[in-house]
Design a protein around this ligand. Structure first.
Ligand SMILES: CC(C)(COP(=O)(O)OP(=O)(O)OC[C@H]1O[C@@H](n2cnc3c(N)ncnc32)[C@H](O)[C@@H]1OP(=O)(O)O)[C@@H](O)C(=O)NCCC(=O)NCCS
Length: 302
């Protein structure tokens, strides 16, 4: 077996390989491209393909990225899979160790699995990939939390009612879709209120229409909700956030519904509401139900 850096030349073969070997997630090519080359932190040195020496058949794939977070550099294992017929032969271990050693020499103190926001595929390991749980625990990872994705069936019922809109207007709150001219104003507010979501909100401004709704009170932005900013083309909602002082007034509910209704009009039948969060809120406004559960894993480097 030899290890190659991932490149455009290997793209189609590796994308197909992942579809065949990640049974719960048949990733289409466009999504595989978004996760790999279109990741701002894509690094060929930590995106590796194991191939059989003679036949050049792909046997395994790993993608690691390093993100500069507020206080530290965090390494993420973003994707990992090994050919079903070649498991328990140390292929994942070999790929992982090479990525971990890169992380170690590049000042990474914490490694997490999958949840590499803003561009991530899943917010942790789906425990139905039981082999992955066994693997990461063997590599020294500890489970520190769990989270879930919800799913909402979209329909015309999600259109916010006149009554809901009027109630907000009476409180002086106006909901709107920002224009490109309002980008800086919105992002300046997001930076203060929800720093971690700047990349996702910025991404919404690249979509046509801009996949973002905001609310203003007294001329100031106080809330936002976005969609189609990660796993684009698959109907992902979020993120969303309402200023602390304005919570409980129905602003979030209306912004959520504006996004979901627009997704419905664009032809999506379901919305995934990932990495939640306030489950009762989404049940109430969008009749959302649990779709998948994820276990979150972390390894602290010595
Ligand atoms: C998880 C996965 C990548 C492991 O690949 P692999 O090449 O078989 O793993 P390795 O042979 O390097 O395993 C290293 C160690 O992990 C543990 N491990 C891996 N698979 C295991 C299993 N099925 N049962 C128990 N332990 C396991 C073992 O401790 C193993 O060491 P050992 O064989 O010396 O006991 C592979 O099972 C896979 O591709 N699964 C589907 C895709 C997936 O789950 N991806 C991650 C989604 S979050």
């Amino acid at each position: 077996m030899i290890i190659k850096e991932f490149s455009d030349e290997l793209f189609s073969e590796v994308a197909k390989f992942c579809r065949l070997n990640m049974e719960l997630d048949p990733v289409p090519d466009f999504l595989f491209r978004e996760k790999t080359f279109e990741d701002e932190d894509f690094n060929p040195q930590t995106t590796l393909v194991a191939v059989e020496k003679i036949s050049q058949k792909v046997l395994g794939f790993i993608q690691g990225v390093v993100r500069n977070r507020k206080d530290e550099r965090v390494g993420y294992i973003k994707l990992l899979c090994v050919d079903k017929n070649f498991r328990r032969q140390g292929i994942a271990r070999t790929l992982y160790k090479q990525v971990e050693s890169y992380f170690q020499t590049n000042n990474v103190k914490t490694i997490r699995v999958y949840e590499s926001f803003p561009n991530y595929y899943m917010p942790g390991i789906d425990p139905f990939y039981t082999e992955a749980i066994a693997f990461f625990e063997r590599m020294g990872f500890k489970k520190f939390n769990d989270t879930s994705n919800l799913v909402s069936n979209l329909s015309s019922n999600l259109k916010p009612s006149e009554e809901e809109m009027t109630k907000l207007k009476e409180k002086g709150i106006e909901c709107f879709r920002p224009t490109q001219d309002q980008r800086d104003e919105v992002l300046n507010w997001v930076e203060k209120a929800f720093y971690g979501w700047i990349p996702e909100v910025s991404r919404a401004f690249k979509n046509e229409p801009i996949s973002l709704f905001c609310a203003k009170l007294n001329g100031e932005v106080v809330a936002f909700s976005a969609y189609e900013v990660n796993n684009i083309g698959t109907g992902w909602f979020g993120p969303m956030g309402t200023d602390n002082k304005l919570r409980g007034l129905g602003v979030g509910g209306v912004l959520l519904k504006l996004c979901l209704y627009e997704m419905y009009e664009q032809g999506f039948t379901k919305a995934i509401i990932p990495w939640v969060g306030p489950i009762p809120f989404y049940m109430h406004y969008a009749n959302a139900k649990l779709q998948r559960v994820f276990w979150r894993y972390e390894k602290k480097m010595e």
